[in-house]
Design a protein around this ligand. Structure first.
Ligand SMILES: O=C(O)[C@H](O)COP(=O)(O)O
Length: 237
């Protein structure tokens, strides 16, 4: 039966600075690099043998995967990168300090923007401030101006169905190295989490979530490999 590992990137510079990041391409901090290596150790210790990996086109996820694979001695594994695994686009919140934004708009509004299923943050109306959000890695892509989790799921799900799921159906074991909200979208899909329950789902950085699937690609078990930094997992709906 196939095994799937979800790996959120290690701490990024803007995680450290508590800034909304989204599609901004920021690198890992030293702590983030250490988390990525530790994730590789944990994946190796799990004994799972992986066949292929998927990641976004954002440096923090790509480097997390590379560091983990290096630690596992598996840098040879095929890796597919696609923008549809990117973090949700944080729109006009991109680059803002999360605490300052809460002080300005209220904790509740910021929680809705961060964790609700279908309320998108305000649109980014001055994209020239962040050129990497629409640089040539997105050639041919209509880049969003903002994304709720629902909109994120709407681009993650077709990619999952067309490009990832078929590997699992062939019995391959996969690693998906991605982001807090693209992984929340996948957790929602795989675990059948209701819209009203998704705000309670958090994904820790650099802590592999190992998911066991049956041959219909239904979840039969799931656990975080670093128990001390685990978050509660949804029951399969
Ligand atoms: O894009 C970001 O700012 C983070 O990676 C995820 O942020 P969140 O916890 O506010 O959704």
């Amino acid at each position: 039966m196939p095994t799937l590992a979800f790996l959120r990137h290690g701490q990024s510079q803007w995680n450290l600075e508590n800034r909304f990041t989204g599609w901004m391409d920021v690198d890992l901090t030293e702590k983030g690099e250490a988390e990525a290596r530790r994730a590789g150790e944990l994946l190796k210790e799990s004994g799972a043998e992986f066949d292929a990996c998927f990641t976004s086109v954002q440096t923090r996820a790509i480097r997390t995967l590379n560091l983990a694979l290096e630690e596992m001695g598996e840098s040879w594994l095929p890796v597919t990168k696609d923008w549809r695994l990117n973090e949700r686009h944080y729109g006009g919140l991109t680059g803002l300090d999360k605490a300052e934004t809460a002080a300005k708009h209220g904790e509740e509004q910021v929680h809705i923007w961060r964790r609700s299923f279908d309320v998108p943050p305000p649109e980014l109306d001055d994209p020239e401030r962040f050129p990497s959000l629409s640089d040539r890695r997105y050639a041919g892509v209509t880049t969003p101006k903002t994304e709720s989790l629902k909109l994120t799921l709407e681009r993650v799900e077709p990619y999952w169905t067309a490009e990832i799921r078929p590997h699992l159906e062939q019995g391959q074991n996969l690693i998906i190295a991605a982001h807090g909200n693209s992984l929340r979208a996948l957790v929602k899909l795989l675990f059948g989490v209701a819209d009203e329950d998704i705000p309670g789902v958090e994904i820790p950085t650099g802590n592999p979530l190992l998911i066991e699937l049956d041959d219909q690609i239904r979840v039969t078990g799931a656990r975080y490999l670093d128990d001390s930094r685990a978050q509660p997992l949804p029951t399969v709906g």
